[in-house]
Design a protein around this ligand. Structure first.
Ligand SMILES: *[C@@H]1O[C@H](CO)[C@@H](O)[C@H](O)[C@H]1NC(C)=O
Length: 298
């Protein structure tokens, strides 16, 4: 995960990431985000705080601050080392320099036609929809603008940008969510079978912890701008330990990471796990089980 700051009018110039698809969310400002496919189709949209975008691996893209003030966005990648190819410096400021002939001929800089060669440099998967049906909105999503309703027994709400609402994510192996926590609220102990997770705190004070397969517990209290990482499949939680509401944005290296919420998995499944399994497995009385079940509304 990264943070990208843009001064008014500034650009994150055309570039690509050879080893990763990218997902991102605008935190502040007004940003034009665009990319060009290998079929040379340009998709773009002006995004505001809470809006998301997705950029398929290896495609040329940019982000331009089109607002009046500063802009900030947070990209996440499904690689710990996505690589970056910044086209202006790659083409015109490499060491040693690319021979002039390559550039004048390649870009027809002294002739009429323009940048036809770039599209063949980059790698992409096959489109999942007929190209004629693909539109810019497939790659942008505003569903994370809205605060989740935390009026429930845990005081937390996870809102995810799934491929069903955000079609451009398909086959890219990335997902981002927002998690709202009421004061004292918890995202209860859970695991994601199919993904490692990274995340950044946007607001509030959050205790984040996980337990390894060697039964070691790692945890820390995090504030706005702080990050965490949870290895795939490990049991973890996030607890709001501040006075106000908290918000964090997790990102996953799967488009469908899966979610096993331990309280509901163990005590509120359908049909229920037999009491004997729980009393013997957790060394507790049946009374404890029925208490938990009734509080979970099961
Ligand atoms: C939030 O959820 C609670 C419990 O389901 C419900 O009573 C309440 O109306 C919801 N609030 C909003 C603003 O939707």
């Amino acid at each position: 995960m990264s943070r990208v700051d843009l001064a008014p009018g500034a650009i994150n110039p055309p570039h690509s990431h050879p080893r990763a698809s990218q997902i991102g969310v605008i935190i502040k400002g007004k940003v034009l985000v665009g990319f060009v496919t290998t079929a040379n189709v340009f998709y773009s949209k002006v995004l505001k705080a809470g809006d998301m975008f997705v950029i398929p691996r290896g495609l040329v893209h940019f982000e331009l601050n089109v607002g009046k003030g500063k802009a900030l966005f947070l990209p996440a990648f499904n690689s710990q080392m996505p690589g970056i190819v910044i086209l202006p410096t790659t083409l015109f400021a490499s060491t040693p320099p690319i021979p002039n002939d390559v550039l004048t001929k390649g870009f027809q800089i002294d002739a009429k036609s323009t940048l036809e060669t770039l599209q063949t440099i980059f790698v992409n998967g096959f489109p999942c929809k007929p190209l004629s049906e693909v539109k810019s909105d497939d790659f942008f999503f505003d569903g994370l603008r809205t605060e989740g309703n935390t009026t429930n027994v845990f005081g937390s709400k996870v809102t995810s940008a799934f491929v069903t609402d955000f079609p451009g994510l398909n086959t890219l192996g990335i997902l981002m969510s927002r998690v709202d926590l009421a004061p004292g609220g918890i995202n209860p102990p859970h695991s994601h079978p199919r993904a490692s997770q990274t995340g950044v705190i946007i607001k509030g004070k959050v205790l984040v912890g996980f337990v390894t397969t060697a039964n070691v517990f790692y945890s820390k209290v995090l504030k706005a701008g702080d990050m965490f990482v949870i290895p795939r499949g490990l049991v973890h939680f996030e607890l709001n330990v501040g006075k106000g509401k908290a918000l964090f944005l997790p990102a996953f290296n799967s488009q469908l990471p899966g979610l096993v919420v331990l309280p509901t998995t163990l005590f509120a499944s359908t049909p229920p796990i037999p009491n004997d399994v729980l009393t013997k497995g957790f060394l507790i009385d049946a009374k404890v089980i029925s208490d938990i079940r009734s509080k979970l509304g099961s």
